[in-house]
Design a binder for this molecule. Structure first.
Ligand SMILES: Cc1ncc(COP(=O)(O)O)c(C=O)c1O
Length: 489
């Protein structure tokens, strides 16, 4: 290693890259055997990294060996087909290559001349996303870290434009009557966090009851808006779900767009979970109205199979972003370096330094093509339908909620008959499944009752791996039942 800077010699660097490439490729060998979870106690994992701050560097080859042993070989199986918890899309190989290349040239997306090609790529990805969702040409958009940031960004633009005449950016919220935000009770918790961060407060987030299909109840919503108006509050934003995280429910977005129009409110759509499935012709009608939103949150690390992180906020115009975020600063001035056509991302978003998140999306779309990506989304949905059939036809499982968006909620019932016993058993099942580790799955609460929740957003799943899911749950559950019966003898 040269000591005048941190670089390796060319040969040494090539050898290290080859070794790290081997590590990457090995992650995909026998991927169907990859465990969902490795059950190491927290203290044990903490101890692996117990070390004084190193004063001297170590041999990078040994470091890569250590990384393989402690990090790669113990990694939760997000890549593989046995991950069903949360929303873990498995990433894709082209995006891995893109990330390495983007990190190599280390561009900063904040000003056009710091990253000309990457800036134009981000604008192109924004345009493509607008096209996918039926948004107008020329819509503005910004890559963000994920769905939470995308929702916060959409709501921030909404708040700043809605209250622009009152100069909310300058005067803050002091002395103003509370603004009210409306969403269904199934809305993602990042919306709660966003209203907190925006100074609106969760007391002014109205979580509207849902119907039996988990869609927002429009009558209740309308009554609540009327009530808030009579109380002298200021209804400001309706949030529609384009796929809830629990069950994939899509609100009636057309009706929400109409209500927003009727009352003059900002209409934001949380499409982080399911927005991108609108690219499937069969599903498109269910998203009708999304194209009328003022802002949409999208997550590419869900249904465009990107490695973390990558989300996007779309708004109807670039101007909306600029009126929300532009700040003049002498060191950012563009007077001497802009031919009038350069779009400066720092003027359209909160962050100054930004990495090139759109690059992996752009490379993935170009390498695989939308036709193939659509086919993968369809496969996720078809496999979920397949699971639902297996569950329905089995004698020891019950289906609790199904969806068109690759998420299924069900319970193991065995021979149990009391609902309370079944619900409780399924809750106890979760830690046992984690310990077993062959599959990684979690649960959720639906109308207050616990259920297992399987998310199928991962292009590496198949019918065989779906059968394996039920087999593993059944085995672990039966073992638990035997242990329970032994305890009661
Ligand atoms: C509907 C919905 N909104 C927002 C989010 C938050 O996205 P992220 O985890 O990328 O911040 C999620 C995540 O699952 C989601 O499903």
């Amino acid at each position: 290693m040269s000591h005048s800077n941190l670089d390796f010699s060319e040969n040494h660097y090539r050898q290290l890259l080859e070794k790290s490439t081997d590590l990457v490729v090995r992650q995909f060998a026998d991927i169907n055997q990859q465990k969902g979870y490795h059950d190491h106690p927290q203290k044990e994992v903490e101890n692996w990294f117990e070390e004084e701050l190193p004063e001297e560097g170590m041999d990078p080859n040994l470091l890569l060996d250590e990384v393989e042993e402690k990090v790669l070989n113990t990694a939760t199986g997000n890549l593989g087909p046995h991950m069903y918890a949360y929303v873990m899309s498995g990433g894709n190989q082209m995006a891995i290559i893109a990330e390495q290349l983007a990190n190599t040239i280390n561009q900063n997306q904040t000003k056009w001349h710091l990253a000309p090609a990457m800036n134009e790529i981000e604008k192109r990805v924004v345009q493509w996303t607008a096209t996918m969702l039926g948004f107008p040409d020329g819509a503005g958009g910004v890559m963000v870290s994920g769905g939470s940031a995308a929702n916060l960004t959409g709501m921030t633009v909404g708040r700043n434009l809605f209250f622009e005449k009152e100069e909310v950016r300058k005067t803050g919220l002091f002395g103003k009557k509370p603004f009210v935000v409306y969403a269904s009770e199934e809305v993602h918790s990042c919306v709660d966090k966003s209203v907190e961060l925006l100074g609106i407060g969760t007391d002014h987030l109205r979580k509207i009851r849902t119907k039996s299909n988990f869609q927002i109840d429009l009558e209740v919503l309308k009554k609540q808006i009327e009530k808030d108006l009579t109380l002298g509050l200021r209804p400001f934003c309706i949030i529609g779900n384009a796929g809830t995280v629990n069950t994939g429910a899509i609100d009636d977005l057309e009706a929400l767009a109409n209500l927003a129009e009727q009352y003059g409110l900002w209409f934001h759509v949380d499409g982080a979970y399911g927005g991108l499935a609108a690219i499937l012709e069969d599903l498109k009608p269910q998203y009708k109205g999304m194209e009328r939103a003022d802002s949409i949150a999208i997550d590419f690390h869900k249904w465009l199979y990107q490695p973390f992180e990558g989300g996007c906020t779309l708004v109807r115009s670039w101007d909306g972003l600029r009126r929300t975020y532009f700040k003049k600063a002498a060191y950012l001035d563009t007077e001497l370096a802009n031919d009038g056509n350069r779009l400066e991302y720092n003027e359209h978003y909160f962050q100054l330094s930004r990495n090139a998140k759109a690059f992996k999306v752009w490379m993935s779309i170009k390498a695989y093509g939308m036709k193939r990506l659509r086919a993968m989304i369809q496969k996720d949905i078809d496999l979920t339908d397949y699971l639902n059939v297996q569950v329905r036809e089995s004698e020891d499982f019950e289906l609790v909620a199904e969806s068109k968006l690759a998420v299924s909620c069900f319970r193991y019932v065995g021979n149990m008959t009391s609902k309370a016993e079944i619900v409780n058993f399924n809750r106890e099942l979760m830690p046992q499944l984690e310990k077993d580790g062959r599959v990684f799955i979690m649960g959720t609460q639906l109308r207050g009752d616990y259920a297992i929740r399987a998310c199928f957003i991962n292009h590496r799943k198949s019918r065989e791996t779906t059968d394996y899911l039920l087999l593993v749950i059944r085995e672990v559950a039966e073992k638990m039942l035997v242990q329970k019966s032994q305890l009661t003898i």
